[in-house]
Design a protein around this ligand. Structure first.
Ligand code: SF4
Length: 220
C-alpha cells in the first residue's frame, strides 16, 4: 500500500511539474484519492492510461510504453517480464529473435496465428541494461497486467520466465521445477514455461517448452 501511495504521490508531482510548478506546499496526495483510484474498463482506455503513466521511475528511461497486443477475446495469454531495447523503441511486445521464436511456437504448436492470442509483459516500460527493475516498480505496474487479465478473461495464461510466474502467483518456486505444471485458478489455468530469450541462449530447452505448449494445445 505504501508503494502505491508513493507512486501516486510521484505521479501528482509530475503532473504539477508539467503544469509549471517548481514548488508546492499543498498536500499533494490524499488517501481518499487512492481509495477511489480505478483503472478503465476497456483495453483502449487502459493502454492510453499506461502510455501516459509516470507511476514509477521507469517512465524516465523508457522511449515507448509497451502495452499488450493481440486478440481482446483470446483464449490464451502469454506474459513475459519486461520489454527489451527493440520493443522499447517500437512500442510493441516480443519483437526480435525472441519474438520470432514465440510466434513460431504459437503457429507450429498451437496452430494459431499470433493475432489470435494476447501477448503482454509484467512491466510495460523497459528497464535499462544497467538497471534491474525493483520490486516496487513491478508491484506498481502489476495493476495494469491484472486489469488486462480481468478484461480479456483468458482460459489459459502461459507465463514466460521466472519473474512473470513469481509475480503473477506469489509462488517463488524455481522455474525448473515448476515449469509445465497446470495451476488452476478461479477463472483460468496458469502454465509456467521458459522465456524465448532464455531459449535463445539455451536451445536444448526448446523441447521442454514444446511439451508445455502441447499441454496448452490439449486444453484448447
Ligand atoms: S513501468 Fe508501469 S508503472 Fe512504471 S511508468 Fe511504466 S507503465 Fe507506469
Amino acid at each position: 500500500m505504501k508503494n502505491l501511495h508513493n507512486a501516486l504521490l510521484l505521479k501528482q508531482l509530475y503532473q504539477l511539474k508539467a503544469l509549471g510548478y517548481t514548488y508546492t506546499n499543498t498536500q499533494p496526495f490524499s488517501y481518499e484519492e487512492q481509495n477511489t483510484l480505478k483503472l478503465p474498463n476497456s483495453l483502449v482506455a487502459l493502454k492510453q492510461q499506461a502510455i501516459n503513466c509516470h507511476l514509477c521511475a521507469l517512465s524516465k528511461s523508457r522511449n515507448k510504453v509497451v502495452f499488450g497486443e493481440g486478440n481482446e477475446q483470446a483464449l490464451v495469454m502469454f506474459i513475459g517480464d519486461a520489454p527489451i531495447d527493440l520493443e522499447d523503441s517500437m512500442g510493441q511486445p516480443f519483437l526480435g529473435r525472441g519474438g520470432e521464436m514465440l510466434t513460431a511456437m504459437i503457429e507450429k504448436v498451437l496452430r494459431l496465428s499470433r493475432q489470435e492470442v494476447y501477448i503482454t509483459n509484467l512491466l510495460k516500460c523497459h528497464p535499462l541494461a544497467t538497471q534491474e527493475a525493483d520490486e516496487s516498480q513491478i508491484h506498481t505496474c502489476k495493476a495494469y497486467l491484472f486489469k488486462e487479465i480481468e478484461l480479456i478473461k483468458p482460459k489459459i495464461i502461459v507465463t514466460l520466465g521466472e519473474k512473470a510466474y513469481h509475480y503473477l502467483t506469489n509462488d517463488k518456486s524455481n522455474l525448473k521445477e515448476i515449469r509445465g505444471t497446470l495451476i488452476n485458478k478461479e477463472n483460468h489455468t496458469i502454465i509456467p514455461t521458459y522465456h524465448p530469450n532464455f531459449l535463445l541462449k539455451n536451445p536444448s530447452l526448446k523441447r521442454e517448452v514444446f511439451m508445455d505448449l502441447q499441454k496448452v494445445k490439449s486444453l484448447l
